[in-house]
Write a protein that binds this ligand. Structure first.
Ligand SMILES: NC(=O)CC[C@H](N)C(=O)O
Length: 304
């Protein structure tokens, strides 16, 4: 498969000029990002790399970080985790409060904000220094020790993160949060501020395309069963109330973030990341979704 040729075609076909989406502005620091940015990186299971555009420029990975924290929490708690968070698509926006009301404070899944905040609570309970351990985990997956939090983004979100504070407070009132509110949201805003490039995200997510092992060393990070479950959750819940649309158009497990990044994997073939900060109304990258639709159409392969 000539992946570079396919990526070049995608680069030629798609431009920010045709996109109707908008850069996220509810986190003030994200509003400063250049809307013309567009990059894509595909990492193949034979260790070859293919890319175009701004694929090596770091951006705020935002909700993509929820896959890393879920992986860490699954390692720590095993099956007990599912008593605190469910595994069903929400059909609601990522920051919705309403479902919690009639579902007793148990979030629908770990990829909506409420679910990720419960995961953050679990990591705060079980780890000495969760921010450092998350950083170490992501650095290990990428083999890159320069990956770090963007403190301007973390502080910016903290200053406007009323909904996330509300979600934690509400779940605490309903008994599904164990720690104080502040350390949980502090960890959550940091995880969302992780700055990574498409190349680094594709490297980090290869684990999920490679049955839980690092590609370079074959070191096992998580079991095949956990890998299967994380991929299933990305497939059904990775795009909030647009998870069906992403499955329909692209047909791969994936995860998006309001920084404009999307990562997807094709088990036993590749991991791929794309970045364009222009978001559609559901908070997913408009060009990113289009690029991945073209990828599975032009290659003729998806998981379906
Ligand atoms: N969908 C996202 O990427 C949302 C993450 C963002 N930090 C928030 O909590 O609102």
């Amino acid at each position: 498969m000539d992946y570079q040729k396919i990526l070049d075609q995608i680069h030629e076909e798609l431009t920010y000029k045709d996109a109707l989406g908008k850069v996220a502005s509810y986190i003030p620091e994200l509003a400063k990002v250049d809307p013309r940015k567009f990059g894509m990186h595909l990492y193949c299971d034979d260790a070859s790399h293919f890319s175009f555009g701004d694929s090596e420029e770091r951006f705020s990975i935002q909700s993509i970080s929820k896959v890393f924290t879920l992986t860490m929490a699954m390692q720590l708690l095993g099956e007990d985790l599912w008593e605190r968070v469910d595994v069903e698509p929400s059909g609601d926006p990522f920051n919705s409060l309403t479902q919690l009301e009639y579902e007793n404070g148990v979030p629908r899944n770990p990829f909506i904000n409420s679910g990720a905040l419960v995961i953050a609570d679990i990591l705060v309970s079980n780890l000495q220094d969760p921010k450092r351990e998350l950083l170490e985990f992501v650095r290990k997956l990428t083999g890159n020790n320069t990956i770090d939090y963007d403190l301007d983004v973390a502080n910016s979100e903290k200053s406007t993160g009323y909904r996330n504070y509300a979600l934690v407070n509400y779940m605490k009132a309903l008994g599904n949060i164990k720690n104080d509110v502040e350390p949980i949201v502090d960890f959550y805003f940091h995880q969302c501020s992780l700055a990574m490039s498409c190349k680094e995200l594709a490297q980090a997510f290869m684990l999920f395309a490679n049955r839980g092992k690092l590609l370079e060393t074959e070191e096992k990070i998580i079991s095949k069963t956990k890998t299967k479950r994380i991929n299933a959750l990305m497939q059904t819940c990775g795009f909030y109330d647009e998870a069906g649309e992403f499955s329909f158009e692209v047909g791969l497990p994936g995860k998006s973030g309001v920084g404009g990044g999307i990562v997807a994997i094709h088990p036993s073939k590749y991991s791929v990341a794309v970045w364009s900060p222009l978001l559609n109304k559901k908070g997913n990258s408009e060009l990113g979704m289009a690029a991945l639709e073209r990828l599975t159409t032009l290659t003729g392969f998806s998981i379906f």
